[in-house]
Design a protein around this ligand. Structure first.
Ligand code: ZN
Length: 273
């Protein structure tokens, strides 16, 4: 019996010392991970980034000077429009897709210019489930009730299976820019699809953002086969949706450096999303 107790004690000591060793290894590993992710977060800032301001975009500043190569340093998801409204922009996994007014999709090249964009490195803070059936209006209301506070900014990267979706494109414009968004958006090209899978890329801005950005939710969509996308106008689905979200408490924007922006009369107001 005594021998058994001694043996048991020995085994226990061995087990405990193994555990201590593995704890030591674990904490070294954790430190390594922490160091790596610190470097990572420095190169991928946790900031809601915007190019140009909504007020300028509404007032016909349709020539931007933000290169696609620069946008890619600001985020791995994004939305917006290309220069001269020559296509809607959806960026997913760092790839900026351009959807032209005829619905054709290409990948934006590094030298292509962007006139307006929201972008961020998606850094998931949580997720919640929305039960189907649901449409776009009810979906946005759910986002409002789920968010911790409507005074923060949010980014969304949501995989969806949809029964129906209606998307808007943008009509290409030439200089001199005569019509603003209040005229162009009601005549925008509209695309519809049924039974389609893809990703919603979206942003939320609080109401106090005023004329700097569009208040509320703004979503763009890209299909899984990357052949179809645009600005989300409506959708319906019977499927449940798992919604990963990322709260942003830092916000930054760059302004266009050109004559159109320097001389624009910021007088027309227009809100949409
Ligand atoms: Zn849009």
């Amino acid at each position: 019996m005594k021998n058994r107790i001694v043996l048991f004690g020995l085994v226990l000591t061995l087990l405990l010392s193994c555990k201590e060793n593995s704890k030591l290894t674990e904490s070294v590993d954790e430190e390594k991970v922490a160091q790596t992710s610190n470097t990572d977060s420095e190169s991928k800032p946790d900031i809601f980034y915007q190019y140009s301001i909504w007020f300028a975009f509404v007032n016909k500043v349709f020539d931007g000077d933000l290169k696609v190569s620069e946008l890619k340093t600001k985020g791995d998801i994004g939305l917006g429009s290309f220069d001269y409204l020559d296509g809607e922009l959806v960026m997913l996994d760092g790839v900026p897709y351009r959807i032209r007014e005829n619905g054709e999709i290409t990948v934006g090249q590094d030298d292509d210019e962007i006139v307006y964009s929201d972008a961020t490195f998606f850094n998931q803070d949580g997720s919640f489930q929305v039960k189907g059936p649901i449409d776009y209006t009810s979906f946005q209301k759910r986002l409002n009730t789920e968010m911790e506070s409507e005074h923060y900014f949010y980014a969304y990267r949501v995989p969806v299976k949809l029964d129906y979706i209606k998307l808007g494109g943008v009509p290409k414009v030439e200089k001199p820019f005569t019509d603003g968004l209040d005229v162009l958006l009601p005549i925008r090209p509209v695309f519809e699809a049924e039974n389609i899978s893809g990703t919603l890329v979206g942003f939320y801005c609080p109401e106090y953002i005023g004329n700097i950005n569009a208040f509320g939710h703004h979503f763009h969509f890209i299909s899984d086969d990357r052949k179809w996308g645009g600005h989300v106008m409506d959708f319906k689905t019977t499927h449940d949706i798992e919604v990963p979200w990322d709260q942003k408490t830092s916000y930054a924007f760059d302004l266009p450096k050109n004559e159109t922006f320097e001389n624009v009369k910021l007088d027309s107001e227009f809100q949409y999303n």
